[in-house]
Design a protein around this ligand. Structure first.
Ligand code: PLP
Length: 391
């Protein structure tokens, strides 16, 4: 019998090459050689989910009512808890029926939203460097990403005046993300005001990814995009329980903001997924209504780790800003190396895994990213090892 040829769809071929492949291969090689790796490459919290959230899940999992298909937009009790948390945390009033949508993690919503609004020929404005899903979800919808460089001299904020008119005329959607992965930059009110004015002027839907809004240091409290007048008419904001409550594996997040935009995303979702396990939504209600965020104990741990690393890296001669938010350090690589060369050097010589900045987009070249998601002892060990390298 003739073997069938399995041909992938063109959209798979469009996905940009996986830039971490080289590092991953090296990582495996080093592991096989028995090298003790310190992995600062992945932004996945190592701290546990708070106990009361787990207890609520256990109880909710036993209730047969929760074993059936959930409502696709989320239980009204969960959406109420989101609206209440939002009011308390940001002073923004939300209608839980129309202005809150549950998500199977914020990645799910970010990946699906272009399908609701982007047609072939449309542009989507995507930050570079940026979370890779913005670019891929644009391509999957048949749209074209137009990259907005985030440069240090502009506080890692995009400069909208650089976008050609011909692009703006065909732009449907804008992704922004503050506090920012990977640069750890933050945005203040004037920037969000500029975004609203820009969106109104050019009829562009704003998708603000606020996955790190509750990972902020030294008393700093990141803003919600929706705190700005007019924001709710032009955009939505994505939130996640992943980093706020150490729940990356649970897959729970939500989108809030303009009802019409959320209805578009909801329309896609009803045709693709069947909502979020109700027991997890109950655990989400517990999280959002029981705790004040940012969680003080969690923040203290990250602050201590950040201080150890910023001090240590600067002593070694590496250049970086001290982050006010996110658990990422965005570090200049010494001049004679590219991002990939420097990441490879750290891995080969001292077993430290970092992410090369160019993996997040062209403008990330010249940087590496380290995640503070390993314990302080290991970070001290990492600094000790780095001191042994001559670069
Ligand atoms: C900027 C940003 N947005 C969204 C996500 C997705 O988070 P989740 O799907 O767990 O809510 C991540 C995860 O790393 C992220 O870094």
């Amino acid at each position: 019998m003739r073997r069938m040829r399995i041909e992938k769809a063109k959209r798979i071929g469009q996905i940009p090459p996986y830039l971490f492949a080289e590092i991953d291969k090296k990582k495996e090689e080093m592991k096989k050689k028995g090298m003790d790796l310190i992995d600062l490459g992945i932004g996945d919290p190592d701290l546990p989910t708070p106990k009361p959230i787990i207890e609520r899940l256990k109880k909710a999992a036993e209730n047969p009512k929760n074993h059936r298909y959930p409502a696709y937009e989320g239980m009204i009790e969960f959406r109420n808890a989101v609206a209440q948390w939002y009011g308390k945390r940001f002073g923004v009033k939300l209608d839980p029926q129309a202005e809150v949508l549950s998500l199977i993690g914020s990645k799910e919503g970010i990946a699906h939203i272009p399908l609701a609004f982007v047609d072939p020929e449309d542009y989507v404005l995507v930050p570079s460097p940026g979370y890779p899903v913005y670019r891929v979800s644009t391509l999957f919808a048949g749209g074209t990403p137009y990259f907005l460089p985030l440069r240090k001299e502009n506080g890692f904020l995009p400069n909208f005046s650089e976008i050609p008119k011909a692009v703006l005329e065909k732009t449907k959607l804008l992704f922004i993300n503050y506090p920012n992965n990977p640069t750890s930059a933050i945005a203040e009110k004037p920037f969000f005001e500029e975004v609203v004015a820009f969106a109104q002027r050019h009829q562009i839907i704003v998708c603000h990814d606020a996955a790190y809004s509750e990972v902020a240091f030294d008393g700093y409290r990141p803003l919600s995009f929706l705190e700005v007048r007019g924001a709710k008419e032009v955009g939505v904001e994505f939130h996640s329980l992943s980093k706020t409550f150490n729940m990356t594996g649970w897959r729970i997040g939500f989108a809030v903001g303009c009802g019409e935009i959320l209805a578009g995303l909801g329309r896609i979702k009803t045709n693709i997924d069947s909502g979020l396990f109700q027991a997890i939504q109950e655990a989400g209600i517990e999280a959002l209504s029981r705790f004040n965020t940012p969680l003080p104990e969690m923040i203290q741990v990250y602050e201590r780790r950040r201080d150890v690393m910023v001090k240590g890296l600067r002593e070694i001669g590496l250049e970086l800003d001290q982050p006010k938010a996110t658990f990422y350090l965005w570090i200049h690589v010494p001049k004679k190396y590219t991002s990939t060369q420097f990441a490879t050097l750290l891995l080969e010589q001292v077993g430290i895994v970092v992410t090369p900045g160019n993996g997040f987009g062209e403008t990330g070249e010249g940087y590496i990213r380290m995640a503070l998601t390993v314990d302080q002892k290991r970070l001290e060990e990492a600094i000790g090892r780095l001191k042994r390298i001559n670069f």
